[in-house]
Design a protein around this ligand. Sequence first.
Ligand SMILES: [Zn+2]
Length: 324
Amino acid sequence: MTTPASNDSLASLPEYAPIPPSAQGPALNEQGYHVGRVERNLFWVTDGVYQSAFLTTPDGVVLFDAPPSIGGNLRRAVDEITAAEGVSSKVTHLVYSHHHADHNGASFLFEDVVRVGHEETSRLLKRDNDPARPLPDVTFADRYTLEVGGERVELAWQGPNHSADNIYIHFPDHDTLMLIDVVNAGWVPIYNTNLSDDVIGYMGAPAIALEYPWKHFICGHLGRLATRDDVLVHQQYIADIEASSRQALAEVDPAPFYGHYWPNVWAGVKAHLDTVTDRAAAPVIAKYTGVLAAADIEVFTKTTTFAILQSLRLDHGPSGPVHP
Ligand SMILES: [Zn+2]
């Protein structure tokens, strides 16, 4: 059971800058969704926070992700479009972008479908044992070409990024790429590089996405489709955090923090790393406020900066000076 927020606790919430118009998408309908044509028979659905996509074919509909927040509106969106297009409304295939429940926790709504996912998605779903996310029927290791009703979709796993199993979904005949939870069109990533498992993989994923030919990008979140420019702005934001983190790590001397708190070593760690993180994040927050929505919610850039500077220390090295 959830506890309702008291008026006092809502009144004490901070105010933020208005989000830029570029961060917003089309208006939602009465049921709370928008469905739009990406190109030809490829469509996207949003509730303003999450995104899904589907392909209509003469042999049935292929759905890409089933976020629970869109839930029953996926069926409504498919029915609305297939009726208008005069094609079958039966969902025959469901492709999992990755195993996370927030993107596929409504997949149980679609019965009698062929579920397609990466072999790691299958392993993780087996582990997590959630009846809302049935296991894939078809799995693949690196690449898989899904062909339905004369349409072709190229699925590829190119290493861990946001999650260990997150795949690139390319629609070569629709000029479109779908990659979930890496770039948020017009917005900063939320906490800790968008809650990603593999920081190096997360940082490298946009460059892999840009190697594909595409014009439209389905990023999985918020209210609009992304463009190549959105991916470039995101890359620059991450590159700025990386450069700023390197500089702050080099400039801040840890010794005084440890000396001050000795023998409480962890207090020294906190004081040192908080100082480095704040110094690294500050210019990035200033640069992107008004450019990317929610850049002024400082905790997002700070936690992403913290994740990146830890990765610089622990993955790239060196983690610190070597004792003589
Ligand atoms: Zn995810």
